[in-house]
Design a protein around this ligand. Structure first.
Ligand code: FEH
Ligand code: ZN
Ligand code: ZN
Length: 345
């Protein structure tokens, strides 16, 4: 049997929709029938720049669907179970992986893959092979199409926010730069988890309107960096912003973040825009923690799913047929995607 799949061929070449044989699960593996595969901005970096991933492989690292077949020896799951795929595939043996933080696997350099859609075949296909049942997280009654982005667009900001929670007191402030797939989930997570004052920055007024729709009171268009800088400084006063979450990671956004954070703060750069944090005395201000968080742990994914099940967060999904993948990537590149695009086989 054949199946449609969206393939990364090599850096500099567009993705291609091709026919591939339907995979069969080997011992310990699980075959999923994919319901939704999120379209992440990181894929554009993978398609455009040498990120050390060699093709060809099937794209899609933000996946959810139903168990279709179990490899020999797999227990605890049955055909039809709705699941999200935990995306960062680590070794599963090291101390860090044993804590479920496979995103920070100590042996990552030896694995030859970052996960499905990131070196291994991912979920932009009718079926996906998951190497181990440990990468499956139950979705309960959630719809796998709208829940797929929980595995990256929600998990990645959740991981960055969770470690900053002690800093986010009622008199604190947090700036979210980039209200796209991850940013629109970040503002919802911050509203659900913290009393801090929320501030949103983006170069696109429609993305700022989305942030206001999600309950962010203060929005700034960062296309005019000086005006945004002055506006944010006026809003937060001499204390500065407590936490900056930069989901763009470009030089302009990293610079803005470094200029608005206060002392004893945190600047978290998540986006792959290639910006660097310039350092000099008291710049960023003394006591500012600069972090580069990556994705999240499996238990954090379970916590994100619980938030969605409780109705505390909701992904704004634009779904499109799998065959439209190349067009959807183009819309993402042009900043025309609101929330998260999800491909449905
Ligand atoms: C993917 C590839 C490389 C770096 C970061 C990412 C994220 O999109 C995963 O959350
Ligand atoms: Zn991603
Ligand atoms: Zn490991």
């Amino acid at each position: 049997m054949k199946m449609k799949a969206v393939r990364f061929i090599q850096t500099g070449k567009p993705a291609e929709v091709v026919d591939l044989p339907k995979p069969t699960p080997g011992p310990g593996q699980v075959l999923l029938k994919i319901a939704g595969a999120g379209v992440c901005h990181s894929d554009l970096h993978i398609l455009d720049e040498p990120l050390g991933l060699s093709g060809p492989f099937t794209l899609g690292h933000e996946n959810a669907g139903h168990v279709a077949a179990l490899g020999q020896g797999v227990e605890g799951w049955k055909e039809g179970d709705a699941v999200a795929v935990y995306g960062p595939w680590g070794c599963g043996r090291c101390h860090t992986c044993q804590t479920s933080a496979e995103n920070y696997c100590e042996n990552h350099a030896l694995l030859g893959t970052m996960g499905g859609g990131l070196g291994s075949d991912g979920g932009m296909a009718e079926y996906m092979l998951v190497p181990s049942a440990r990468q499956l997280v139950p979705l309960g009654k959630l719809d796998p199409v709208t829940a797929a982005p929980l595995s990256d667009a929600a998990l990645t900001p959740y991981h960055a926010i969770k470690t900053a929670l002690p800093m986010l007191t009622p008199d604190a402030s947090v700036l979210v730069i980039g209200i796209g797939g991850l940013g629109h989930m970040a503002v919802q997570l911050l509203k659900a988890l913290t009393p801090a004052t929320l501030i949103a920055g983006d170069i696109d007024d429609s993305k700022l309107a989305h942030a206001r729709h999600l309950g962010v009171a203060h929005t700034f268009n960062t296309r005019d960096g000086d005006a945004a800088l002055e506006g944010i400084k006026q809003l937060v006063g001499p204390r500065g912003v407590t936490v900056v979450l930069d989901f763009v990671g470009a030089q302009a956004t990293v610079d803005l973040g470094a200029q608005v954070v206060g002392r004893n703060s945190r600047l978290s750069v998540v986006g792959l825009g290639g910006g660097v944090v310039h350092h000099a005395a008291n710049r960023p201000p003394y006591g500012c923690q600069v972090t580069v968080p990556y994705w999240g742990s499996r238990t954090e994914l379970m916590e994100v799913i619980a938030l969605a099940e409780a109705g505390r967060i909701q992904v704004d999904v634009q779904s499109h047929p799998l065959e439209q993948a190349v067009q959807v990537y183009q819309w993402l590149r042009e900043g025309k995607v609101r929330g998260r695009a999800v491909l449905t086989p």
